[in-house]
Design a binder for this molecule. Structure first.
Ligand SMILES: Nc1ncnc2c1ncn2[C@@H]1O[C@H](COP(=O)(O)OP(=O)(O)OP(=O)(O)O)[C@@H](O)[C@H]1O
Ligand SMILES: Nc1ccn([C@H]2C[C@H](O)[C@@H](COP(=O)(O)O)O2)c(=O)n1
Length: 243
């Protein structure tokens, strides 16, 4: 975790921070975190960490190895030993685990349906949170990290912290449009509403922690959401402003 930003320069003059910018985005399923984080990272030239992809890769590996996901100790041991690699370029978000390229496989419905069982495993969470903190601390040019507990647990000191929300009906409709109208409503409901219910037992992403900006994307375009988050960046981190 980078230290709090420090600035130097004569009084009254904004100068650049000595520490890289961290933008933390949390929110429920379908609120637009991944799309928004990618857009902000591209706009500001930052790396992009999709922490949900880490939980998905962990779930994929446990299923691939034939583990019972209810075997919390066995799953945690597997994840702790796993070689998990993520590309942080917002345009290339490839994910490999133990040498398997799982970039596409982790988006399959079977993984979406099972991932909460792994994300609610507290030993798995402890391991992945430590990895996430290390990735953020080592991002030389700053990073946008999104998930469910980035603003509260992984990077509570981030200079920009946003809870991205949207009406449940909008979130379900977005997910349905993404998956295709051939997917039945029950499966979409499971991916959004049931998953949020399970995931919220271990991460608080329905209410904003103190200091976290709530942004409702229900009636905003993706570009408007990206604009709103970029506007929260303190001048000391914005090369165009800090001179
Ligand atoms: N502001 C927006 N307006 C309309 N559609 C949006 C907006 N933001 C995102 N979307 C669309 O909604 C869908 C869900 O977005 P996205 O995957 O970014 O959400 P998410 O919060 O990361 O979800 P999850 O946590 O389940 O992965 C995508 O199809 C995306 O293109
Ligand atoms: N920081 C995080 C990120 C994700 N999760 C859980 C929530 C989901 O069930 C799963 C996959 O996330 P998605 O790709 O849908 O955003 O991982 C979490 O608990 N904490």
């Amino acid at each position: 975790m980078p230290d709090a930003p420090t600035t130097s320069g004569s009084a009254g003059q904004a100068t650049l921070s000595d520490t890289p910018l961290v933008v933390a985005i949390d929110g429920p399923s379908g609120s637009g975190k991944s799309s928004t984080a990618r857009g902000v990272a591209e706009r500001l030239g930052l790396a992009n960490l999709d922490t949900g992809a880490m939980y998905r890769a962990a779930a994929w590996l446990a299923m691939h190895e034939g583990l019972d996901l209810a075997d919390t100790e066995g799953v945690a041991r597997l994840v702790e030993a796993a070689d998990l690699r993520l590309e942080l370029d917002p345009a290339h978000q490839d994910v490999t685990i133990n040498g398997h390229d799982v970039t596409t496989a982790i988006r399959e419905p079977a993984v979406s349906a099972a991932v909460s069982a792994v994300a609610t495993n507290l030993d798995v969470r402890a391991n992945l949170i430590a990895r996430q903190r290390q990735i953020i601390a080592e991002a030389p040019d700053g990073i946008v990290a999104e998930g469910r507990d980035i603003t509260t647990v992984v990077a509570p000191e981030a200079p920009v912290r946003v809870l991205l929300v949207a009406d449940p009906a909008a979130r379900v409709a977005r997910r349905h449009a993404e998956l295709g109208e051939h997917v039945d409503a029950e499966a979409v409901h499971d991916q959004v509403v049931r998953r949020d219910r399970d995931d919220s037992t271990v991460a608080a992403f329905h209410d904003a922690a103190p200091g976290v900006t709530v942004l409702d994307s229900t009636d905003l375009t993706l570009e408007q959401v990206v604009d709103a988050i970029c506007a929260l960046v303190p001048p000391a981190f914005d090369p165009a402003v800090a001179r």
